[in-house]
Design a protein around this ligand. Sequence first.
Ligand code: ANZ
Length: 863
Amino acid sequence: MSQISSPPTASGPETGGYDVHAVQEKWQRLWTESDPFRAGGEEDTRPRKYVLGMFPYPSGDMHMGHAENYAYVDTVARFWRHRGYNVLNPIGWDSFGLPAENAAIQRGADPREWTYSNIAQQKASLKQFGTSYDWSRVLHTSDPDYYRWNQWLFQKLYERGLAYRKDSPVNWCPHDQTVLANEQVVDGRCERCGTEVVKKKLTQWYFRITDYADRLLDDLNQLEGFWPQKVIRMQRNWIGRSIGADIDFEIEGRAEKVPVFSTRPDTLHGATFFVVAPDSDLAAELAAGASSAVRVQFQDYLERVQKTTDIDRQSSDRPKTGVFLEQYAINPINGARLPIWAADYVLADYGHGAVMAVPAHDQRDLDFARAFDLPVKIVVDTTAPITGAIPVIELDEHGAPTDAAMDAASLDSIDPAVTGIALVGEGRMINSATLDGLSIRNATARAIEELEAAGTGRASKNFRLRDWLISRQRFWGTPIPMIHTEDGRIVPVPDEQLPLMLPDAQGLDLKPKGTSPLGGAAEWMATVDPETGEPALRDPDTMDTFVDSSWYFLRFLAPGDATEAFSPRMADRWAPVDSYIGGVEHAILHLLYARFITKVLYDMGLIDFSEPFSSLINQGMVLLDGSKMSKSKGNLVEFASSMVDPGADAVRVAIAFAGPVEDDINWEDVSTTGAQKFLARAMRIAQDVTSAPDVVWAEGDTALRRVTHRLLADAPGLVEHTKFNVVIARLMELVNATRKTIDSGAGAADPAVREAAEVTAMVLDLFAPHTAEEMWEILGYEPFVGLVTWRQADPTLLVDETVTTVVQIDGKVRATLTVPARIGADELEKLARTDERIVRSLDGREIVRAIVRAPKVVSFSTK
Ligand code: ANZ
């Protein structure tokens, strides 16, 4: 028996003399020296798996939330290696972006130095954690040889008409002094700093992601079952496809018609007023034609609206506000004159920024109508859905039902004007001329037909998804590779001049001020028009870092490649990513952008798949004091320091054991002490084994062998379903069973003990690789256990030893028997017939038929 002779270390007596830090150091050194986890090259014929964790920001404050992510990624990567796959598991840094830049400004440092020193620190922590990355493929998005290809991508999108510039109201963070994408506005506030976001009109670069809206939505079907349902639902909602019609309204005294988008063209006869977004061009034009009092009122209102977030504007519990613009729209279907209002519940950048208001059947319109005493006209009888009489309602001069009519009709009890509740349910059309009597669905189709025939409308669809605003007025990002010529053209920087590198940050004022700091780099800004040679200016903006992360998984396939962004041949070999692992906070933005760019690359013929991530795992958050760990909240356990005392393996085991992957973990509840004890127990088992290595597997059917082989058989399914906590519980069970066998008669020489110890080491490698490697060596093998192929479970050891048999007489259960699982039918029938309870129940009756389904059921029929 080999025993560690050194005295217990600082880790405490519970570790039983297992010097975790020495073991950790040793294996990290050996891994660095022999690089065993590098992905196999072209000669490698094993099947391939691409396992990827969402790459980190080098913001300098990695905490247990990060640790959790890297632990899980490593478990998955190690698992597939054991399963005989050639695994690609790379790591890189998403190293451009606001957090690094803001931190750099606060500390008066160069964002470059600050970023790269954080990367070095994070790299060291990840190595300390025992992660099995392919370290030969590290990339940083802030390296010119990476962002050069962002510039290439931008120009490819530009060539395809998918990158364009537009003047538009954008979300503006007054604190960070930068534009934010819709996705970066959370509850009306800047995702980064929490400042309330305002609207500002600016000329910006956009990617035309809306061209891909249908495909981004439809292709989610392919991901069903492979991505978390919640993420698929969030993506669907975000894209938000609405089917309906565009309907053209004439406006009195105005030449051009105004289209509105409606999902309910069937309710066209129920429109009683017309609403425009106060911040739309149309509203300004209409207000200009109103009386001076209204013009002043409108201007006041507009100023207030501009300070209100879209979220607040759409919230239903806010009182409705608006201004009557003293103008009228004409309903194309019946010529009704509809007063035009400006109201903030209509948004300028959805649909056409104007709506036909149908208060009887739309809650927002009803709230507004009730606030300003506008008529409500019911056009769907929801009391008589599909069958029943169709009441005809008498209308007053405003087109609203008369009181008498309302009293007479069965609708009076649910009149929205009285109840305040819009009628949104199924029903039959009324008060709608040619549509009367139709169901909503048929009326919708008929209304669209009529509008199309009259040339005043057409079927259409709308998306909630907006084009992707990609320009940022910040320094630390990819310079946009475009040139603004003196005569107003915008042309790409010639390819041979790429990468267009960032200038030195020295001497530049990086503080946010609404224009890009690059604009202040006079020398850098000055260039020439590539066509005429005349002086020209560079574009001073940089790209949103979501551009960087939209395709990085392809760059890992050949990160040093100086001739192309990625190798289509390598993409063919490795991509798409088989298993993508990261936080649910990226459920919308990052995943949507990566899906979009993947589809563009597919359309360019560069790749033959159109979804980047075949399966997605979202881990839960790590909480401390009830909320997500974060530096600003001061509830942080630092990644690096968490490992100092218990060692990396104990932290990893404690995390994986804390609960299901997708659940949040309360760090207060996580015990590294328990994990330390468990690892020390496992280690002691390896030390206690006395039989020689490489003996054939143990033989016979023993309790210990059953536990060992159950683990071998079950762990793959458990890992694939990310039930890591269950695997650890099963490992603990195995370690305990082994200890019991060692301490009992058979003792440490029992081959079943060696077998159990070897399986423990191999499975433990998924969570505690240093301990596992050390055990493997103690058991007499060459490194690395990380490369050992999964052993096959012996099927004869997997069947339950006993099972329960149900015995029925004439369909009624009369007894249950505990029988050997492999019992034969004849033997089982004999047991059942002679069972005391059965004999008693039969009470002398004759059995005419016996059906035996061994080992579960015996069924007797009597006369
Ligand atoms: C008339 C109508 C009657 C409507 C009815 C609904 C119910 P989703 O489903 O979100 O696409 N709408 C159109 N443009 C708008 C804008 N810029 N701001 C606010 N609301 C706008 O919603 C589409 C519906 O929202 C459209 O259908 C329109 O109101 C309104 F019984 O038209 B509907």
